[in-house]
Design a binder for this molecule. Sequence first.
Ligand SMILES: Cc1cc2nc3c(=O)[nH]c(=O)nc-3n(C[C@H](O)[C@H](O)[C@H](O)COP(=O)(O)OP(=O)(O)OC[C@H]3O[C@@H](n4cnc5c(N)ncnc54)[C@H](O)[C@@H]3O)c2cc1C
Length: 378
Amino acid sequence: MDSIARAKDVTQHHIAPVASKNDRERRFNTEAVRALGEAGLLGLLVPSALGGLGQGPRAFADVVATIAEADPSVAMVYVMHVCGTACIVNAPQTDVTRAALADIVAGKHLTTLAFSEAGSRSHFWAPLSRAKKTPNGVLLDAVKSWVTSATHADSYVVSALSPDGKGPTDSTLYLLGKGVAGVSVAGTFEGLGLTANDSAPMKLDGVAISENARLTPDATGFKAMLEVVLPLFNLGALALALGICRATVAATASHLRTAKFEHLGASLGEALPNLRAQLAQMQNDTDGLAARLDDVVKHLETPGDLTMLRVLQAKAVAGDVAIKVTSDAMRTCGGAAFSKHTSIERYFRDAHAGAVMAPTVDVLKEFIGKALLGIPLF
Ligand SMILES: Cc1cc2nc3c(=O)[nH]c(=O)nc-3n(C[C@H](O)[C@H](O)[C@H](O)COP(=O)(O)OP(=O)(O)OC[C@H]3O[C@@H](n4cnc5c(N)ncnc54)[C@H](O)[C@@H]3O)c2cc1C
């Protein structure tokens, strides 16, 4: 079975049937993560030489969009895992990284990114916490403001300023295991959207990190964020938005076909041309997102001069389009959408969460504008 067929199978059996319930109860879907692991999908991008499926950006985008059509919360858990795993794959191979990768390809290990800090907010590239050198590695105190999968992840890819770093982006990335002394989840998730992805704050209190758990050379964490994480995260966010839009168009079409004006003897879609036009616009916007996704995948497969610009645009456009399509659907389906008779209001809330996740849509537009004018981004 190829990776898309595997994703469809997991989605059909373990994600779609419980998505609405998990959203209502803010319940993290542990069964879905287990099933993704059993299907080999936690090791999707891990090279086959290391036991993974050895797939690339196309498969990643397709798997994320497939999951997001049913449940964007699970899709975001998956995106964070794949980004964290890429950091581990790109790190020097030590006993710590080898053990994590062995568990990831065996489908038994979920990882995530713990970058954002309360003090630097959405500017995740500028951690305020600073690692202090010890004879065997470093000691770290930090407050991470949002960590997807916080209580369910087996490890965290954590950023901090390097012990001798001079500037605000001179960071280093480390891999922390769940059981490490001093690592704790410091709250619960009360967000409007992506309610089932357990994005909670975390506290690192005098955490001793061994040299073997360092994922990047000192002061090059920022480089890994830009070169390893950003392309995957932005592609994942675009694929997630595409899944949201596809599901929203399908739910809207279904409502327009089945809800009736009985006094007119017609469905909403048959009776009202303005609703048909709104549905058409939603489909047009969704197809535009799909075309952009194809373009970004091609750029990542064969990088060129415009690749970084396309990566920045990917998430900026995804956030805006997902909010527009889901807002249009809320209006098109009226009270039925507003009152949870469809899943549209869930997708509407989830679309808003995607847009405020860093790099936020506003920050990306700021970067794109600077790039177009030849102004340095940082
Ligand atoms: C559901 C969810 C899951 C998350 N999961 C993770 C995770 O797993 N790991 C992680 O590290 N973080 C995670 N985050 C945190 C996220 O990436 C952001 O750091 C966080 O949403 C920023 O919120 P804030 O209130 O601090 O934004 P602020 O930084 O206060 O921004 C406020 C507003 O200012 C705008 N703004 C900020 N800077 C600029 C600029 N330079 N130019 C223009 N506009 C600007 C922003 O776009 C925003 O509209 C998650 C967030 C959410 C909502």
